[in-house]
Write a protein that binds this ligand. Structure first.
Ligand SMILES: *[C@@H]1O[C@H](CO)[C@@H](O)[C@H](O)[C@H]1NC(C)=O
Ligand SMILES: *[C@@H]1O[C@H](CO)[C@@H](O)[C@H](O)[C@H]1NC(C)=O
Ligand SMILES: *[C@@H]1O[C@H](CO)[C@@H](O)[C@H](O)[C@H]1NC(C)=O
Ligand SMILES: *[C@@H]1O[C@H](CO)[C@@H](O)[C@H](O)[C@H]1NC(C)=O
Ligand SMILES: *[C@@H]1O[C@H](CO)[C@@H](O)[C@H](O)[C@H]1NC(C)=O
Ligand SMILES: *[C@@H]1O[C@H](CO)[C@@H](O)[C@H](O)[C@H]1NC(C)=O
Ligand SMILES: [Ca+2]
Length: 525
C-alpha cells in the first residue's frame, strides 16, 4: 500500500514536474526577459466532462418496469428497475456520477428477454475536444463483464471511427483474432489493435468488475515498469510515427455485443439474469494543446486550451492573427527537459529580415540578386515575401496578408473565358458574347452552347417567319413548305417540287410530315 502510494506520488511529481509551465521571467544583464517552454495541461478525470449517448433508444431498463435476477442467484429475482421511481431507476448519467461513499449507482439495460436475438447496446462518449490518454480507461461492470465487446475511438468528433481494442472470452470465435495481452507488445507494435481475453472471462461478478484499456502498460514499454523514465516515452512521442495519435481521441464508443453469461451457455428458461450494468467509466486524460498550453478550462460548456505562445484555437492549432510570420508548429518535447515552444512570431518582426506572412517557413539567399526570398510560398501565394497571389488567384479583400485564405481562386469558366487569370477584384477576361465574374453567362443576344453564340432567332428582332418557331435561340423550326434560317424561303418554287410533303394531301398526313420534319431537324442538330 505504502509502496503504491509512494509510486503514485512519484508519478504525480513526474507528470507535474515536466512541461507544466509555458513561460517564466528570467533575469539577465539587460533586465528580466520571458523564456518560453513546451507545456501541457495536467491530466484530468475526463468522465466529468463527457457527454453520454446510449443506443438503441429504449435499451435502458425500467420503461416498463422490469424485474431481474443475478447470475450468482438466478432464483432470487426480487430486484426491480423502474424508470419512473428515482430509487429504482438506472439512467445513463449514473456511469459518470460521483458516488457518495458506499452507494454504488449504475446504468442498467433491459434483460435479454428477446433471446436468441442478440442483446446489443452502444455507449458513445464525446468531449468535442482532442484529448490524450494519460492512464488506463476503466469501465466498471456491476453484475459481470460482457463476454463480447469492442472499444472504438474517433479523432474527428465522431465522423470516422476505428476499433481501439477488442474484448471477448474467445477472441478467435468472436472476432477471428488470436488472443493477445498488452504485455506481449513491444516498441515495434505498441500501437497494434489487439483482441484480449483478460477482461471477459467469468470470475464471478464481484471478483473483478473492471474492463481496462491499458495505457500504463503501453507507456511502460518505453518508460519502464514504474514509468520512471518518462523522458524516453516523450522522446518516442516525437520520433515514432503514430505513437501520439494512438493515445489521442475526441470520442469513445463501447459496443456491447454479448452480456456476461456466468461461465456457461445461455439458459433460456431464465433470461432475466442477462443484461449490462455499468457503474463507472474512468477516462484519465489531458487536453491536447499541441504543447502550447498548461491549462485547459471549460468555456461555454466545452473544454478549451488556454493557449500561450501566441497560438489560438481549441487545441492551440493555429497562430494568432498577426503572429503568422512563420507557419504554425506544435511544441516539441525535445530537447529535454523543457522542450521547444515553437512560438508563433509576430508578422512584421524582422526574423532574418525575411517576412513571409506565415505562408512559408523557409527563406533562401539569392546570391546574384543579393536578396533574401521566401521559398515555397503556400496558400496560393507567391513573391519574395509571399505577398502576392499566384496566377489564377486574386486577393481576398477581407483577409489580412497573413491569413491562410488571403488568395481566392479565380475559377474562370474554361469555355467562356480567355484564360484562367482574373483581375484584382476577381473578374475573369471573357470571350466575345460571354459575361459574369467568371464568364459563365452570356450577354443579351447570345445563347449558351459550349460557349456563347449570337442568337439565330428570338422573340423580338430575329423573328422566325411563315409560322416557324424559334428553338432556344438557335434555329427556326420551319413548317414543311418553308426553309431558310428564318423560314423566309418557300420550299416549292416552280416545277421541281418533288417533296412529298408539299403535295396537297390530307391534313393528317400533312401534320405527320410536319412532325417528321421537325424531328429530323432536331436530331440533325
Ligand atoms: C452501434 O454502432 C455501430 C457503428 O455505428 C452500428 O453499426 C450499430 O448498429 C450500433 N448498434 C446499436 C445497437 O445501436
Ligand atoms: C465544439 O467546440 C467548438 C469550439 O469550442 C464550438 O464552437 C462548437 O459549438 C462545439 N460543438 C458542440 C456540439 O458543442
Ligand atoms: C509484437 O512484437 C513481438 C516481437 O517484437 C511479438 O513477440 C509479439 O507477438 C507482437 N505482438 C503482436 C500483437 O503482434
Ligand atoms: C505574444 O505576443 C505578445 C504581444 O506582442 C508578446 O508580449 C508576447 O511576448 C508574445 N509571446 C510569445 C510567446 O511570443
Ligand atoms: C476571405 O477572408 C475572410 C477572412 O479570413 C474569410 O472569412 C473568407 O472565407 C475569405 N473568402 C474566401 C472566398 O475564401
Ligand atoms: C475588374 O474587372 C471588372 C469587370 O471588367 C471591373 O468592373 C473592375 O473595375 C476591375 N477591377 C480592377 C481593379 O481593375
Ligand atoms: Ca456511478
Amino acid at each position: 500500500m505504502l509502496r503504491q502510494l509512494l509510486f503514485l506520488l512519484h508519478f504525480i511529481a513526474l507528470t507535474l514536474g515536466q512541461y507544466d509551465i509555458c513561460k517564466s521571467l528570467v533575469s539577465t544583464d539587460d533586465g528580466p526577459i520571458w523564456e518560453f517552454y513546451a507545456c501541457q495541461p495536467k491530466p484530468m478525470p475526463m468522465k466529468e466532462y463527457m457527454k453520454i449517448k446510449v443506443d438503441p433508444p429504449g435499451i435502458t431498463c425500467g420503461d416498463p418496469p422490469e424485474r431481474f435476477c443475478t447470475l450468482e442467484n438466478p432464483y432470487l429475482c426480487s430486484d426491480e428497475c423502474d424508470a419512473s421511481n428515482p430509487d429504482l431507476a438506472h439512467p445513463p448519467q449514473l456511469m459518470q456520477d460521483r458516488e457518495r461513499s458506499g452507494l454504488i449507482t449504475y446504468w442498467q439495460t433491459i434483460t435479454w428477454r428477446r433471446y436468441p436475438e442478440p442483446l446489443l447496446a452502444n455507449i458513445s462518449l464525446s468531449w468535442n475536444k482532442s484529448l490524450e490518454l494519460t492512464d488506463d480507461i476503466q469501465i466498471t461492470f456491476e453484475y459481470g463483464r460482457p463476454t463480447i465487446m469492442v472499444l472504438d475511438k474517433s479523432m474527428d468528433n465522431g465522423r470516422t471511427w476505428q476499433p481501439y481494442q477488442f474484448y471477448a472470452d474467445d477472441c478467435m470465435d468472436a472476432f477471428g483474432m488470436p488472443p493477445r495481452k498488452v504485455q506481449e507488445l513491444t516498441a515495434t507494435n505498441v500501437t497494434r489493435v489487439i483482441c484480449t481475453e483478460q477482461y471477459s472471462r467469468w470470475v464471478g461478478s464481484k471478483n473483478d468488475k473492471t474492463v481496462r484499456f491499458e495505457v500504463r502498460a503501453r507507456f511502460a514499454i518505453f518508460a519502464g515498469p514504474r514509468l520512471l523514465n518518462m523522458d524516453n516515452l516523450y522522446t518516442r512521442m516525437e520520433s515514432m510515427k503514430g505513437l501520439r495519435d494512438f493515445f489521442t481521441f475526441t470520442n469513445l464508443r463501447l459496443r456491447l455485443l454479448r452480456p456476461a453469461l456466468g461461465g456457461t451457455y445461455v439458459q433460456r428458461e431464465n433470461l432475466r439474469k442477462y443484461f449490462y450494468a455499468i457503474s463507472n467509466i474512468e477516462v484519465p486524460a489531458r487536453c491536447k494543446c499541441n504543447l502550447h498550453a498548461a491549462q485547459c478550462t471549460v468555456r461555454e460548456g466545452n473544454l478549451q486550451c488556454e493557449c500561450e505562445h501566441n497560438t489560438t484555437g481549441q487545441d492551440c492549432g493555429r497562430c494568432k492573427r498577426s503572429f503568422r510570420a512563420k507557419s504554425w508548429r506544435p511544441g516539441s518535447y525535445l530537447p529535454m527537459p523543457n522542450g521547444s515552444p515553437n512560438t508563433c512570431v509576430a508578422a512584421g518582426s524582422t526574423l532574418g529580415n525575411c517576412e513571409c506572412y506565415g505562408h512559408s517557413n523557409r527563406c533562401s539567399y539569392i546570391d546574384f540578386l543579393n536578396i533574401v526570398t521566401c521559398v515555397s510560398c503556400k496558400h496560393n501565394t507567391r513573391g519574395q515575401n509571399c505577398q502576392h497571389c499566384r496566377l489564377g488567384y486574386y486577393r481576398n479583400a477581407s483577409a489580412e496578408l497573413d491569413d491562410e485564405s488571403v488568395c481566392i481562386e479565380c475559377n474562370c469558366n474554361q469555355i467562356g473565358s480567355i484564360h484562367d487569370r482574373c483581375n484584382e477584384t476577381g473578374y475573369c477576361e471573357c470571350k466575345e458574347g460571354s459575361t459574369g465574374q467568371r464568364c459563365e453567362d452570356c450577354l443579351p443576344g447570345y445563347y449558351w452552347k459550349q460557349g456563347c453564340f449570337p442568337n439565330v432567332c428570338d422573340e423580338e428582332l430575329l423573328l422566325c417567319q411563315n409560322g416557324g418557331t424559334c428553338y432556344e435561340n438557335q434555329k427556326c423550326l420551319c413548317p414543311p413548305d418553308f426553309k431558310g434560317v428564318l423560314c423566309q424561303q418557300p420550299r416549292c418554287e416552280g416545277e421541281d417540287c418533288d417533296d412529298a410533303c408539299t403535295s396537297r394531301l390530307a391534313a393528317t398526313t400533312l401534320l405527320l410530315c410536319l412532325l417528321a420534319h421537325q424531328l429530323a431537324t432536331l436530331t440533325a442538330y
